[in-house]
Ligand binder design. Structure first.
Ligand code: SAM
Length: 247
């Protein structure tokens, strides 16, 4: 059984499609329309995803996936729009398949909390691992002029948006690439808003590379088995928490 949720989902869809196909051909008791068969396929996929303990939102996706394809096929929409939508999504979320870190943005409350934590006078360097569209970082660069801010982003579309934003902020640079290849020893503060998946690896890299006295901050996601030195509840829309580890 594959471990990646995307592959498990693909397998479940293929399994439900095969079962529905066999049922449609083998039985003669019911005559269902294509849309009705797609609902049968969706229900089967939903049941299997529930049985394999996929999160609730995956079950909803499985239920709706095939019926939505059939509905979309009845609409008079040029295939070019689907292609454009696919390329757009690929340029934002394509790499999430591998990294398991999708794009979602830090809140204004996270920005405000960071502003109060960062040094007021002395120079410091700050890196945002996976800087998304750059809004979080450029906002900080505007309010903390004594800091040098670096963002690294691997998804093309968010990177381009972040790069354009950084052009107006002399103390902020955006790089396209993989943050695992960055040397953390160059920074006083390392900020991560990722997902539960890379947190253990991130801690190993931080321990190897970060300088004594520097600060690792994770928005929302803990490092398993490593209690933070401080946590700050943000009281924002996702009720997130900032976790701080002093190296
Ligand atoms: C949850 S978003 C956070 C965006 C931004 N830092 C913020 O706080 O608003 C995580 C971002 O990390 C990017 N990302 C994930 N893995 C990466 C990697 N190995 N190298 C560079 N960027 C990565 C994703 O493309 C996504 O845009």
């Amino acid at each position: 059984m594959p471990k990646h949720p995307g592959l498990i989902a693909l397998l479940i869809q293929a399994m439900a499609l095969t079962l529905t196909g066999v049922l449609a051909v083998a039985q003669t008791a019911f005559t269902l329309s294509l849309f009705e068969w797609s609902i049968v396929q969706g229900v089967m996929a939903g049941i299997v995803s529930h049985a394999t303990r996929m999160p609730f939102w995956w079950i909803l996706i499985h239920l709706a996936f095939a019926p939505l394809i059939i509905i979309a096929l009845t609409l008079d929409i040029s295939p070019a729009w689907y292609l454009a939508g696919f390329i757009g999504l690929l340029s934002i979320y394509g790499k999430s398949f591998k990294t398991q870190v999708p794009l979602y943005l830090s809140s204004i409350k996270a920005n405000q909390a960071l502003e109060s934590l960062l040094p007021k006078q002395e120079q410091f360097s700050f890196i945002d691992l996976g800087s998304g569209c750059g809004g979080f970082l450029t906002h900080l660069a505007q309010t903390c002029k004594n800091g040098l801010f670096c963002g690294v982003e691997s998804a093309p579309m968010p990177f381009i948006i972040g790069k354009l934003r950084s052009l107006f902020n002399p103390n902020c640079v955006m790089r396209w690439g993989n943050f695992w290849k960055q040397d953390f020893s160059q920074y006083d503060v390392v900020y991560a808003y990722l997902s539960p998946v890379p947190m253990t690896l991130l801690w190993q890299k931080a321990k190897r590379e970060m300088r004594p006295g520097s600060l690792l901050i994770s928005n929302t996601f803990i490092i398993p088995g490593v209690p933070p030195h401080q946590s700050i509840k943000l009281n924002d829309f996702s009720n997130s928490t900032l976790y701080l580890w002093k190296i």
